[in-house]
Ligand binder design. Structure first.
Ligand code: ADP
Ligand code: MG
Length: 483
């Protein structure tokens, strides 16, 4: 091992207490420390944040992190505070006038500064940041720059200009998924230098078996779900598109199995969410029935299965969600259960999250109401308006967006229906050149798979817990008998 690698490992241990880098972290750090702007395309949960945090600590420099959503920024700030890495602040429209004043007057205290592109339009604030000399500019969730991507944020288009106004600081763009076309779009928009680096890891996870099953109707699906969870090695995650159904299936598992299950979604309090995450990590829960709210920052290595009860919105989200399985490298499985009509749930979500003509015109006339809602899609609409985009253009834009979302959903259906290798289908979608030789540990392309062969079958009754509360009468009888 060379000296640089030793130094990096030493610092990793010193600041984070970790003994090893995860895939891509070391390469990303070496690229940055060598002075090259870098685009790191690494799967969710690989610790992308650590790349800029460690860079900041090693070089003692200020780090400006651009993030698309206030909730993401706040999570990161909390984490940095928790790890006692240094001063961190999220510059958002949530700060009161006084708070903002305090922050700007004590800017030296903050090493990690989180900001939305929108807030950087404030000239005074921007000048404070500029004069503070940014050692590293980070663009988190960089795929939001891609105009036809699923998470496009219009104000991300201002980042190239911001970067130039800051004097082209060393820049790290982070994303979990980007096709080669999106990669080029990110580099162009951010005005990356010609000698910038891309660190990309394949989306392929060889230890995750890919299975899909088509069921006739919802009852069949529930029956199959119960059958599967009785057979599968624990722990596991089940994903839902609906909070209500996540609750219902948790109840069903409670009634019909001995598994310890909990529902996890945005309606829970922060305390409850934290508690469920902890119980899951400490193996006090077998199954979490989650919506996509679950996952960010979750670092459980031995998840054996990720089951989808509902369709994911697109293959990007699917790959991210199933990627939570098998982080320890052991054999795991992703199973997508589909029954005809399931796509309507996603279409309904699209209708709810993409503002229509009437809504756009209404908000255009009543901009004040928008700042009162916490809705992500309204936050996006609001940033369009602030950029001066007309209601007419937005109607067109969101209509286009709907077409693209629908196409992405059709790809998920094609993934389910394909008779070819599913792994190659996904690699093909992400335009990865290397095709995999299909074998029996790969996917259910012929519709069949065998949990026993995959060593994913649960040893019967070993981990199951008898719930005393369900057997009071038996206990009573026993007790009386003994008396
Ligand atoms: P991403 O942004 O890539 O989805 P995060 O930056 O949120 O991932 O990190 C996910 C988790 O991985 C965090 O809990 C983090 O502490 C942990 N982590 C990061 N780097 C390492 C490492 N080298 N060893 C162990 N855990 C790590
Ligand atoms: Mg992240």
């Amino acid at each position: 091992m060379n000296q640089i690698q030793n130094k990096l490992l030493e610092s990793l241990k010193k600041y984070f207490g970790f003994n090893q880098f995860k895939s891509g972290q070391e390469e990303t750090l070496i690229s940055l420390l060598s002075g090259y702007s870098t685009l790191a395309i690494l799967p969710t949960g690989t610790g992308k944040s650590l790349c800029y945090q460690l860079f900041g600590k090693m070089t003692q420099s200020k780090v400006l992190v651009i993030s698309p959503l206030i909730s993401l920024m706040q999570d990161q700030v909390e984490q940095i505070k928790y790890q006692k890495l240094g001063g961190a602040i999220a510059l958002t429209s949530n700060l009161t006038g006084n708070e903002r004043k305090y922050v700007l007057n004590h800017f030296d205290q903050f090493q990690f500064i989180f900001a939305s592109p929108e807030i950087l339009q404030n000239q005074y604030l921007f000048n404070v940041i500029k004069n503070a000399h940014i050692g590293l500019m980070v663009v988190d969730e960089a795929h939001c720059i891609a105009q036809w991507g699923p998470d496009f944020r219009p104000d991300y288009l201002t980042l190239g200009k911001i970067r130039s106004q800051l004097g082209f600081p060393l820049t790290l763009a982070l994303t979990a998924t980007a096709t080669p076309a999106v990669e080029r779009e990110i580099q162009q928009q951010l005005r990356f230098e010609n000698n910038s680096n891309t660190i990309r890891y394949s989306v392929n996870r060889p230890n995750i078996f890919l299975a899909t099953e088509i069921l006739d109707n919802q009852e069949e699906k529930n029956r199959r779900l119960l059958e599967l969870v009785q057979q599968l090695k624990m722990p596991g995650l089940i994903y839902f598109s609906s909070k209500k159904v996540a609750n219902e299936i948790t109840d069903l598992l409670d009634r019909k199995t001995n598994l310890r299950a909990a529902a996890y979604h945005a309606d829970l309090s922060i305390e409850d969410r934290f508690s469920i995450q902890h119980q899951f990590i400490e193996n006090k829960l077998d199954v979490v029935c989650a919506t996509s709210a679950f996952g960010m920052g979750i670092n459980k290595k031995d998840i054996r299965f990720v089951l989808h009860y509902h369709l994911p919105a697109d293959l990007e989200s699917y790959v991210q969600e199933i990627g939570r399985a098998g982080r320890d490298g052991a054999q795991s499985i992703a199973i997508l259960l589909y029954c005809p009509g399931d796509e309507m749930i996603q279409q309904q979500i699209q209708l709810n999250t993409l503002p229509d003509k009437n809504e756009i015109q209404y908000y255009a006339q009543h901009p004040k109401i928008m700042s009162l809602t916490n809705d992500d899609s309204i936050e996006i609409l609001n940033s369009f308006f602030k950029m001066g985009v007309s209601a007419e253009k937005l109607v067109h834009f969101f209509a286009q967006r709907k077409v693209h979302k629908n196409q992405a959903l059709l790809k998920v259906l094609a993934y389910i229906n394909t008779k070819e290798c599913k792994r190659n289908f996904i690699l093909n979608y992400f335009e990865e050149p290397d095709f995999i030789e299909h074998n029996r540990n790969c996917c259910s392309n012929n519709g069949e798979y065998d949990l026993k062969n995959l060593s994913l079958e649960r040893e019967k009754y070993i981990k199951e817990h008898v719930k005393l509360k369900e057997y009071p009468n038996i206990l009573q009888t026993l007790f009386n008998l003994q008396e």
